[in-house]
Design a binder for this molecule. Sequence first.
Ligand code: AHM
Ligand code: MG
Length: 277
Amino acid sequence: MKEIIKAVEKIAIEISELLKYGDFSYAKSSNSTGDTQLKLDILSDEIIENRLKKLSNIKAIISEEKESILEINSNADYIIAYDPLDGSSLVDVNFAVGSIFGIYKGSLDARSLVGAIYVVYGPRLEMVVCDDSVRLFRLNRDNEFKFIKNLELKDRGKINATGGTQKGWSDSHRAMIKSLFDDGYRLRYSGAMVSDLHQVLLKGGGLFSYPATPDAPNGKLRVAFEVLPFAYIYEKAGGATTDGVNDSLLDIKIEKTHQTTPCYFGSKFEIDRVKNG
Ligand code: AHM
Ligand code: MG
């Protein structure tokens, strides 16, 4: 695990440099979910692949930008599923974007998650590492990640980060979102899940939702690279998650690498509200 965290630190610094000075035009290709890829998506994926390939404890890697699993060491333990550059469509407007890593031991199964890490490329470079606890690190002037604090969600927050095409929301989803606003919750939504979930986590709580809609019947966010790593982090931070049906997002079975799901992450109070209407 330590080796993986060290590799992610190096990856974060390299991708951060790429974001500052790299070309942010589109490539001619698209990924498995059909998104047009930016050159930055492809280069970030290469940076991560090259760093992780050097580790002897990595069995395989799976990327949002790759069609299939890439085997590395068949006898090793860890499978890393990652989104190299989450929110990359916001690079042109200079918003904070991120990288997400799910660390699975043995098999690509939600209950095999042993850790998750995400990086936020904002005005500062931050990294949240979760194994048993959830810890925030920030890059200092000497290019070292320094521990800042442990992160915990309160039982109830104030932020309502609502995704998905609103005209496609179900009546029950619409009513639940409205009831939170009626209770004084504030809208906060940038369109990069790393930044939006980072905000909810650092401000102590609230709700991030991305429901199923007719244009995205299984939601938009990807189970293996995006949803499960954040579900692991939120639950370890004392929060809760659901897909609207299961008690926890960690109950989802991964059947396809690029599978998507509706998802809700938050403090316990807001997730109870999602579950009970
Ligand atoms: P990406 O990984 O291709 O950037 O897409 C995922 C992003 C998430 O970061 C974000 O929550 C969501 O897509 C935003 O979607 P929308 O524009 O529909 O709100
Ligand atoms: Mg993403």
